[in-house]
Design a binder for this molecule. Structure first.
Ligand SMILES: CC(C)(COP(=O)(O)OP(=O)(O)OC[C@H]1O[C@@H](n2cnc3c(N)ncnc32)[C@H](O)[C@@H]1OP(=O)(O)O)[C@@H](O)C(=O)NCCC(=O)NCCS
Length: 206
């Protein structure tokens, strides 16, 4: 779908660059950034203000968050929605999205990601580069599936969980709300308690 409207990206870091690239490929012709810490970028995109300035752009812009931290992304997306912002969803044209997949508001799906049939992806989710979410998975709101992480079939990931780079969750497993699965971990048992889990098989860091 070609979108000729303006997009405001909240978060001008490296993740923001990736989001801008996907937005450009989705037809956005005007792309602006808001960020509390970064006032300029070297790549020609403009940082036009801080997050609190968002309402000034709401009449003629779509919005998306480009913040990796799940809790911060949730807080700011909720605030933007409360202010009346039109939040959009971005999917890289080289992501593969199967049949009967649902994707929530404010979610970003990066290049090379694969979402197989019947999966449900919540609001404000990041499915990062080359991650995969297999058939019938349930991915909650404000989850981050990091670069190269894989969910096998019928996995449930609770709201706000972080599945780090290269981690794998085997089929039919549940990962609870707010859990972190470390880079390279392999989850073979349900994770029912919030915490950080690393290794093969994944065990809680104490
Ligand atoms: C799991 C993780 C979040 C833990 O971070 P942390 O709480 O700051 O943990 P620390 O770095 O203090 O490490 C604590 C211990 O766990 C070990 N550890 C940390 N991450 C580990 C991992 N992924 N696998 C195995 N062991 C790990 C450390 O070696 C350390 O062990 P030690 O006490 O014997 O020295 C982090 O290490 C990680 O995996 N980050 C990946 C982030 C990511 O994927 N980013 C990509 C975004 S696209």
């Amino acid at each position: 779908m070609i979108k000729d409207k303006q997009l405001v990206i909240v978060g001008a870091g490296g993740h923001g660059s990736v989001i801008a690239d996907i937005a450009r490929l989705n037809g956005y012709r005007s792309i602006l950034f808001l960020d509390d810490a970064c006032a300029e970028r070297a790549d020609g995109y403009s940082v036009v203000g801080k997050v609190e300035d968002a309402p000034r752009f709401m009449a003629d812009s779509d919005f998306i968050l480009a913040i990796g931290n799940n809790a911060t992304r949730e807080r700011l997306q909720t605030w933007l929605a409360d202010q009346g912002a039109r939040l959009t969803t971005l999917i890289h044209p080289n992501a593969v999205i199967g049949e009967n997949v649902t994707v929530g508001t404010g979610t970003a799906i990066m290049a090379g990601a694969v979402v197989n049939p019947g999966a449900a992806i919540g609001d404000g989710v990041i499915l990062n580069t080359c991650s995969s979410v297999d058939h019938d998975c349930r991915v909650g709101d404000f989850v981050h599936i990091a670069v190269g992480a894989h969910l096998c079939g019928t996995v449930t990931v609770g709201d706000g969980a972080f599945i780090c780079a290269g981690a794998t969750v085997i089929n039919n497993i549940s990962v609870c709300k707010g859990a972190t699965v470390g880079a390279g971990a392999v989850v073979v048992r349900d994770i029912t308690e919030k915490g950080t889990y690393v290794g093969v098989p994944a065990r809680q860091l104490v």
